[in-house]
Design a protein. Structure first.
Length: 316
């Protein structure tokens, strides 16, 4: 969207990344690494698995506040980012802990299968199998959850892409209880080549931003080729869905200004608003795609973490 171009003006410390960041800034590179769970006396954290339709065991990690260990809590299913090709349960472990510490909610993080070893639609369908399982009485007993109190889907980047498509499928399958909230963090919603004609003039950032750290139009194409999804498949380009009514009650968008995916998120926020959802968004001008994952310890990332804790509190 032309009126949002000013949001892409880089913050000075992020130009020539990472050379101008504050001295001592930790820069994390996303990987598939898995580590043993680091204990936290305030949290109950456990790992288990959900069987997929093809017999694969999908790892999940659940988090809850130790003070509410005996209470059936709302559910928040979370999916990490990584361009469909990298990432793991470790990628957003820090943020999942922050949600569980601050809020009465069970956070379930999914380690879906990754491309290119497991191309489209393996990752999406893994996440769907977990979502569908979570609606069953056996899952609710195992996790001690009550989705009738609140049921959130959310994710970062590729995980946010899954979130949109899963919400649409959940609605079409008429499952219950209803999804109450959607959380989109630096998410993608459409391959650039199949932008709907009605919205093409509003999705400009993907063409204009090709110099940011973290994600560029060139890397979007790289990840798409590895993933192997048909460009117009709505599981990959959920923006192609014609109706968004009743997919949830609320939606929250965390949007990076210096991100080629920026305009898709701003547009979907408008579409969801006109579809009757209560929508909030927070834009971070001059910051690149997923800056909080790359540099978790800088001040703006700590502020972002506080913002998304409040966002999930609002979604509940």
């Amino acid at each position: 969207m032309a009126e949002y171009r000013h949001l892409a003006k880089p913050r000075p410390e992020w130009i020539d990344f990472p050379n101008k960041l504050p001295l001592g800034t930790r820069v994390d590179r996303m990987s598939r690494e898995r580590r043993p769970i680091s204990a936290d006396p305030t949290l109950s954290i456990s790992e288990s698995s959900v069987q997929s339709r093809d017999g694969h065991q999908i790892p999940i990690r659940s988090y809850r506040n130790i003070e509410s260990i005996d209470s059936a809590l709302p559910l928040f299913i979370y999916m990490h980012g990584g361009g469909f090709v990298t990432g793991s349960l470790e990628t957003d472990d820090r943020t999942c802990r922050a949600w569980a510490k601050a809020l009465d909610v069970v956070v379930v993080s999914i380690e879906y299968r990754l491309a290119p070893e497991h191309p489209f639609p393996a990752g999406f369908e893994d996440c769907w199998d977990v979502v569908e399982w979570a609606t069953t009485p056996s899952a609710q007993r195992a996790l001690n959850i009550d989705p009738n109190k609140g049921f959130i889907l959310g994710g970062t980047s590729a995980g946010g892409n899954f979130t949109a498509g899963l919400a649409q499928r959940f609605l079409s399958h008429a499952l219950s209880p209803q999804i109450t909230g959607l959380l989109f963090l630096a998410s993608s919603f459409c391959h650039p080549d199949v932008r709907p004609d009605a919205y093409r003039s509003q999705i400009l950032s993907v063409d204009e931003i090709d110099d940011a750290p973290g994600l560029t139009k060139s890397s979007i194409e790289y990840f798409w080729k590895k993933y192997g999804a048909p460009k117009d498949d709505k599981r990959y380009s959920p923006l192609l869905h014609e109706s968004w009514r009743h997919v949830a009650k609320k939606a929250y968008f965390s949007i990076c200004g210096w991100d080629p995916r920026r305009d898709e998120a701003l547009l979907l926020g408008k579409i969801l608003t006109t579809s009757g959802l209560d929508v909030k968004e927070k834009v971070y001008p001059g910051l690149p795609h997923g800056f909080w994952t790359t540099c978790p310890n800088v001040e703006v990332s700590r502020n972002w973490e506080s913002d998304v804790v409040e966002a999930v509190k609002w979604l509940l």
